[in-house]
Design a binder for this molecule. Structure first.
Ligand code: ADP
Length: 522
């Protein structure tokens, strides 16, 4: 039995590793305390002992073969071995170092071994956990997007592919902005900056799927750091909340609808006052007329004319109001119908202008009419187009002062006829320029009380113009001017459509007096 030289004895016994020697393929030489502990034996028990003392038959065979080879070729070899010690399977990593004698022959083997069973178990557990997280990542009901510090995508799970329509291979190395709506880029930059600063990472974003469709997602973003706090990746987790947002929008619409219906109710409450005022004036005028007729001479005609004109005016005012009310109600329930034919629009507008000239003169407004065209036949409902023009002129009179200018122009712009009414009156503030076309809207309630009106004129005008396939627009600077432009398509319609839409207008009504009835009461 070869003995380890005393020089190495100390080293051998104090090694952290299990150490032992083989004097031939199946017999131990010396063993250190670590080895004795590992085998739950005494060192003396194992010294010179056959390996069958601690190993079973199969293990003995394996070790014998392994050692024989090293005795033979003299090459240092590291291998893992599984052995059963004290009824437990252990895995040891054995580094077998052959010792060569002076003749160059291997005379014994030094084995340095390490029990790696626990380490292997840890690795296995880590691997299992990794697998588990990987499958959670892959199959999670939330979209996971992993990106680098520059927000370039490096990983993407199945749900992300489902929500955004891009397969993982298509998005790797693409920037996160690929799935963000153009106008939300800055929001994303802000979120990322916040996350880097350790702030709140929650946000709702408008995203874009591969097919261009829009969706709303709720995002939570976090940084993945290494042990030294170095940022490795950004992980963003998203939930598609488009349906939730849709429901929210529906609720908002319902609330808007409710608000609108409240406005409508309020309007009808107010309108009763509007309806009563002219009626009261009509009746008081009638009473006075009655009184005068009884008590004065028939040649006191001046008085009668005054009262009669008041009755007429207020009657028209009331009628206009009622007509407009009926029409907007019809428009609301889609029963308002145009009666179009092919008419000369220039002639039509001119005749409206002519019929208003006396009023405009009496009101001292500086009125001008200009037309680029002498005549142009287009498809229109003359009765309603007259109403539109009269309404715009009467508004122009209503919101100007004596000496102000009103210019009515007709131009041909592309395939459209543009009729504009521009006045140098009070103008309309920018914030009110859209709402004046809404039903029941008057801009400045207190101011408008000086001027008669119900706030339905322009909404009706807009509906009539749009039913003609046209558009109305407003250009105004508050305190300087207002310009309403109506653009109508310049085409005509066939005879069949004309017949289907035709009707006979009520010619007994004086439309100018009707549309100007508010102004006459100022
Ligand atoms: P109303 O019957 O009360 O006149 P409209 O729908 O015709 O209602 O007009 C709505 C509001 O638009 C008016 O109350 C007024 O404030 C504003 N408006 C309309 N035309 C003009 C104009 N030419 N100049 C200034 N304001 C105008």
């Amino acid at each position: 039995m070869k003995k380890i030289t005393p020089r190495f004895e100390f080293l051998f016994n104090n090694l952290k590793k299990i150490a032992y020697t083989f004097i031939d393929p199946t017999h131990f030489g010396d063993v250190n305390q670590k080895m004795a502990d590992f085998c739950s034996c005494k060192r003396s028990e194992l010294k010179g002992q056959s390996i069958s003392y601690i190993l079973d038959k199969k293990e003995v065979e394996d070790v014998r073969k392994f050692n024989e080879k090293i005795f033979e070729d003299g090459i240092r070899t590291t291998a893992n071995m599984q052995i059963e010690i004290n009824n437990a399977f252990r895995v040891i990593e054995v580094d077998t170092i052959p010792h060569h004698n002076q003749q160059g022959k291997v005379d014994y083997l030094l084995c340095l071994a390490e029990d790696i069973t626990d380490e292997l178990e840890k690795e296995k557990r880590f691997y299992r956990a990794k697998k588990r997280y990987r499958s959670i990542f892959k199959k999670a009901p939330l979209a996971f997007v992993v990106s680098d510090r520059d927000t370039n995508i490096i990983d993407w799970n199945d749900k992300a592919a489902e929500i955004f329509g891009w397969q993982k291979e298509e998005v790797i190395n693409e920037n996160f902005n690929l799935i963000v709506a153009n106008d939300s880029y800055s929001e994303i930059t802000e979120v990322i900056e916040n996350v880097f600063e350790g702030k709140e990472s929650y946000n709702i974003n408008r995203n874009i799927a591969k097919d261009g469709s829009e969706l709303y997602c709720e995002w939570n973003t976090a940084l993945i750091k290494d042990r030294d706090d170095k940022i490795l990746e950004i992980i963003s987790i998203a939930q598609d909340i488009s349906d939730k947002i849709k429901i929210q929008k529906r609720i908002e619409n319902q609330q808007e609808e409710l608000r609108y219906s409240e406005l409508r109710t309020q309007f009808f409450a107010n309108i009763s006052h509007e309806l009563k005022t002219p009626l009261n004036l009509i009746f008081s005028s009638l009473q006075l007329l009655d009184y005068k007729l009884q008590n004065t001479l028939a040649d006191d005609k001046v008085h009668f004319d005054k009262y009669l004109s008041s009755i007429k005016n207020n009657g028209f005012r009331l009628l206009r109001l009622v007509n407009n009310l009926i029409d907007i109600t019809k428009i609301d329930v889609n029963t308002f119908q145009l009666h179009r034919g092919n008419f000369d629009i220039i002639e039509l507008v001119k005749s409206v202008v002519d019929s208003t000239s006396d009023y405009l003169e009496a009101k001292n407004r500086n009125f001008r009419f200009e037309s680029e065209l002498d005549s142009k036949i287009i498809a229109c409902d003359p009765f309603n187009i007259e109403r539109v023009i009269l309404n715009l002129i009467s508004n122009a009179v209503k919101f100007t002062a004596q000496g102000d200018e009103i210019l009515l122009r007709i131009q041909k712009v592309d395939e459209q006829i543009k009729i504009s009414v521009r006045d140098t009156g009070i103008g309309i503030k920018k914030e009110n320029q859209d709402i004046i076309f809404e039903q029941f809207r008057q801009v400045d309630q207190s101011f408008n009380k000086k001027r008669e009106g119900s706030g339905i004129g322009l909404s009706l005008v807009k509906s009539i113009v749009e039913m003609h396939g046209g558009k109305i627009s407003l250009d105004s600077i508050y305190g300087m001017y207002s310009k309403f432009s109506v653009c109508l398509p310049a085409g005509t319609i066939d005879q069949k459509t004309v017949e289907a839409e035709s009707y006979s207008a009520d010619s007994l009504i004086n439309k100018v007096e009707l549309e100007f009835s508010d102004i006459n009461n100022i």
